[in-house]
Design a protein around this ligand. Structure first.
Ligand code: TPP
Length: 381
């Protein structure tokens, strides 16, 4: 396994001075090390992976240096456009080292949303004509691998890819720790109150990562079935548009989108579309812990922005922010009674239960349960 600090120092010695990306669980130790040791002008956690490629391009234009972009392989889709139409040697020809965490590597067990992405990843990179090399826990000559890639980046003035397999980096203990704000509730407590306030006809579309896993367990614990929830296990940042598409057609239902701050920021343009096209049945709950909690807790800018004000400016009828349990109980009542599109931001602390499970229904079963539920109402109606 590779010691994180040694890896970072090796990149710095080779001239990399700027790091940007979106965190990944498989890269969480190296992401934690980068976040911990670098100054804010040397490291930016980007809104999405395409934005990270563009930030890296801007850094290169200003300095002539080769930057590093990190991402989970699910973020490759977000970055294909700027990789091919901005940084590609046939366009602006901008060198960068793109480090990709290989979720769903063939032969390594992973969740359903990662399996196909992991299987087609090499073909995608080859189709994009991106030079790439992989490292894993047993790759002792990793400095040579990086050297080789950086030579290609420099000589061809082009993006190159370092694919990182599961278990490559050692554990990293951060030197700067921000203790969780004990006055705040946990995300799971907040979701428990929200789910408890819904009626049988309400539908939930929840975001990628732990929020959906918690909603699944809350429903299981209350024996209330999973047919009211769409758990967006992949496609980070898109759950609000799924909810909007559903709400536009299911006008007799209240549709609750349960979003995370990282996911909201990833595709924040969605707010403007909801503000303009969302109906009275659209209700948006943003559970804001200021972090990418599901993949290691790296910070987002979620606590430095006024999400309710942004929603109103985008056309939402109403919006509010709460942080206490008592306030939340009032606020979920308010949300239920308010004409949408409406948004409730709930500030929570970072962290989740250690024994949090994963949905035991497959994505297809989840879809089928929900569609049966929605169509039943249409038949009755
Ligand atoms: C396009 C894409 N990039 C990165 C990831 C990895 N990922 C999964 S969940 C997550 C963090 C989500 O953060 P947030 O929405 O704030 O919710 P939290 O986990 O903090 O509750 C990330 C980065 C992903 N699934 N898809």
């Amino acid at each position: 396994m590779i010691p994180n600090k040694q890896f970072l120092e090796c990149l710095q010695q080779k001239g990399i001075r700027f790091f940007t990306g979106v965190p990944d669980s498989l890269l969480k130790h190296i992401c934690a090390c980068i976040t911990d040791l670098l100054e804010p002008d040397a490291h930016v956690i980007a809104a999405n992976e395409g934005g990270a490629v563009a930030l890296a391009a801007g850094h290169h234009l200003a300095t002539g240096q080769i930057p590093l972009v990190y991402m989970q392989n699910s973020g490759l889709g977000n970055s294909v456009n700027p990789l091919l139409s901005l940084a590609d040697p046939e366009v602006y020809s901008i060198p960068m080292l793109v480090m990709i965490g290989w979720r769903g590597e063939p032969g390594v067990h992973d969740e359903p949303q990662h399996v196909k992405q992991g299987r087609v990843q090499s073909k995608l990179l080859e189709g994009m004509e991106m030079p790439w090399a992989a490292i894993g826990p047993e790759t002792n000559d990793w400095p040579d691998v990086i050297n080789g890639l950086l030579q290609q980046a420099k000589n061809g003035s082009r993006p190159v890819v370092l694919v990182v397999k599961k278990g490559t980096f050692e554990d990293y203990a951060a030197t700067k720790k921000t203790p969780p704000d004990e006055h705040l509730m946990t995300r799971e407590e907040a979701l428990g109150i929200l789910v408890g306030s819904l009626d049988d006809h309400d539908v939930v579309v929840s975001t990628t990562g732990m929020p959906s896993r918690e909603i699944f367990e809350i429903r299981a614990g209350r024996h209330s079935g999973h047919h009211r929830d769409f758990l967006t296990v992949g496609s980070m940042g898109h759950c609000s548009q799924i909810a909007l598409g559903m709400a536009m057609k299911c006008k007799s239902r209240n549709v609750y989108c349960v979003d995370g701050d990282g996911a909201l920021i990833m595709h924040m343009g969605a707010l403007a579309i909801i503000g303009n096209c969302g109906g009275s049945n659209f209700r948006h709950v943003v559970v804001n812990n200021g972090a990418h909690d599901s993949v290691g807790g790296q910070p987002t800018v979620g606590l430095n922005m006024d999400i309710p004000a942004i929603a109103r400016a985008c056309g939402y009828r109403e919006s509010r922010c709460v942080s206490g349990i008592n306030e939340l109980e009032d606020a979920v009542r308010w949300l239920r009674e308010t004409r949408g599109p409406a948004l409730l931001e709930v500030k929570v602390k970072k962290g989740a239960r250690k024994n949090l499970g994963r949905p035991t229904r497959t994505p297809i079963e989840n879809k089928q349960d929900l569609m049966n539920n929605l169509s039943m109402e249409q038949t009755i109606g």
